[in-house]
Design a protein around this ligand. Structure first.
Ligand SMILES: NC(=O)c1ccc[n+]([C@@H]2O[C@H](COP(=O)([O-])OP(=O)(O)OC[C@H]3O[C@@H](n4cnc5c(N)ncnc54)[C@H](O)[C@@H]3O)[C@@H](O)[C@H]2O)c1
Length: 423
């Protein structure tokens, strides 16, 4: 169930259908193409994850969702302009068969978009219950459900009183509290229905005590927010490398040009602020400047996104990194990533749906609420209160695979490796 059926969602759904029909490969998806080592390196036992863990089969996935534009997914995918027209035409009847349901939307949160269709209700509680009804209807047609937000980035807000307890939140729904955003209505409805909720955008959404409480109460998993796809993905690869070698960093300047609808929404300063916070957080946690003040105590970190329509979904992200080495001598690294935003995001969205569904079926995971093992997918991973999030991509990948080994009753892999050298 997908609130927000724009570029990422249509690339995910058309992509899954293309893979099901054998037209293309699910590249970038760990659940579909990833392998996992079991036992010792000498055991030669490295199955495909999908053949080993009880992950849902792509052929069993049914999609539905909500948006403000009406029409069907063929039109939405054409507007998004990510996949080739020929590829879309080859799946046209399938894509035309999916029509987003009217959204719970409020332009205060996404100022650059004008809705064509949206739900009308007497208050936020009414709107959230309409979403619950949509979910209940979908439940009659499917065995299990997962919700993933691929809707727009909402304006920046901080936590307030209404977010602190479930009781305050549910009262706020009735009172139309201004601090409850549309994405929170979907999340509340999903969790209330016992359905896992993942967040592809940097919105506050479930990152509040009230919805964490609901997640635990309903055994409905939640995870982090904001897909880690392009620039931040590379940042969380490079930064751990500098830290591992004790190379200092004086500055990290990151800028992007992006021309899709997401870029247009982020052109508004209040919406960009939400993204900026999410993108800025990673270096602080990886470098731990308080523990390494001489190397990282004085980093100048800047992130910009510029809306530039000619590029559409084909984002270009530049990084200039000023590092310093032995005796303080300065060096520079330049990264220019000519990427495709939704091509990078779609496989992450697929993996999250399948892993969240697995978490909901795993007794030792579902009662935890937060699924920290899925940090791998997010710019802003979620972690237990008081525990700092892990941003290093390789720690995240180890954590994910060890969690899979753990739930499948396999030995964890620590990479100690002394056993190969004993008697
Ligand atoms: N593509 C990436 O690499 C990437 C990476 C990280 C995060 N994201 C985030 O994922 C989200 C989706 O990106 P996209 O490129 O598909 O954007 P998009 O603009 O193409 O799609 C977002 C859709 O959400 C809809 N929407 C907005 N508010 C809604 C609401 N209340 N209910 C239902 N629908 C609503 C919009 O109408 C739009 O169709 C954005 O928040 C973006 O920041 C994308």
């Amino acid at each position: 169930m997908v609130p927000g059926m724009g570029a990422v969602a249509t690339t995910l759904i058309a992509g899954v259908e293309a893979v099901r029909r054998g037209y293309a490969k699910p590249i970038g998806s760990m659940t579909q193409m990833g392998t996992i080592r079991l036992g010792k390196r000498t055991d030669d036992n490295t199955p495909l994850i999908k053949n080993w863990a009880p992950i849902a089969d792509l052929n069993d996935i049914v999609f539905t969702g909500w948006d403000i534009f009406g029409g069907n997914l063929y039109d939405a995918a054409k507007t998004a302009g990510v996949l080739d027209r020929d590829q879309l035409d080859s799946m046209r009847p399938f894509l035309e068969s999916i029509e987003p349901m009217p959204a719970a939307f409020d332009q205060r949160w996404v100022k650059r978009l004008d809705p064509k269709v949206q739900k009308v209700g007497k208050n936020k509680c009414d709107l959230a219950n309409q979403i619950r009804n949509d979910i209940a209807e979908f439940k009659t047609k499917t065995d299990r459900q997962v919700m993933i937000w691929t809707g727009s980035t909402e304006i920046y807000i901080e936590q307030s009183a209404v977010h602190q307890t479930l009781a305050a939140f549910e009262k706020g729904l009735v009172d139309d509290d201004e601090n409850i955003s549309p994405s929170m209505l979907y999340a509340w409805a999903a969790l209330k229905e016992g359905i896992p909720f993942a967040n592809g955008a940097p919105n506050l959404t479930v990152d509040i005590p009230a919805l964490r409480e609901l997640s635990k109460k309903m055994n409905a998993p939640i995870c982090g927010k904001d897909f880690k796809t392009g620039q931040t993905f590379l940042k969380t690869v490079l930064a751990p490398a500098f830290k591992a070698r004790q190379l200092g960093v004086a500055g990290w300047y990151s800028t992007n040009i992006l021309g899709n609808r997401d870029g247009e929404v982020l052109d508004d300063p209040d919406n960009f602020k939400t993204k900026e916070e999410s993108k800025l957080g990673v270096l602080e946690h990886i470098f731990q400047p308080d523990k390494n003040p001489e190397l990282y105590g004085n980093i100048f970190h800047k992130v910009r996104i510029n809306y530039y329509p000619p590029r559409g979904d084909n984002k270009e992200g530049w990084d200039n990194i000023d590092i310093f080495g032995w005796l303080g001598y300065p060096m520079q690294i330049k990264v220019d990533f000519l990427c495709r935003d939704s091509i990078l995001a779609a496989p992450l969205a697929l993996d999250l749906c399948l892993f969240m569904d697995l978490a909901a079926r795993t007794p030792s995971l579902r009662g935890l609420g937060i699924q920290e093992w899925l940090s791998f997918y997010f710019k802003a991973p979620d972690s237990a209160p008081g525990v700092y999030p892990e941003h290093d991509l390789f720690i995240q990948s180890m954590k994910l695979k060890n969690t899979l080994r753990h739930i499948m009753g396999e030995d964890l892999i620590t990479h100690l490796g002394l056993e190969y050298y004993g008697e």
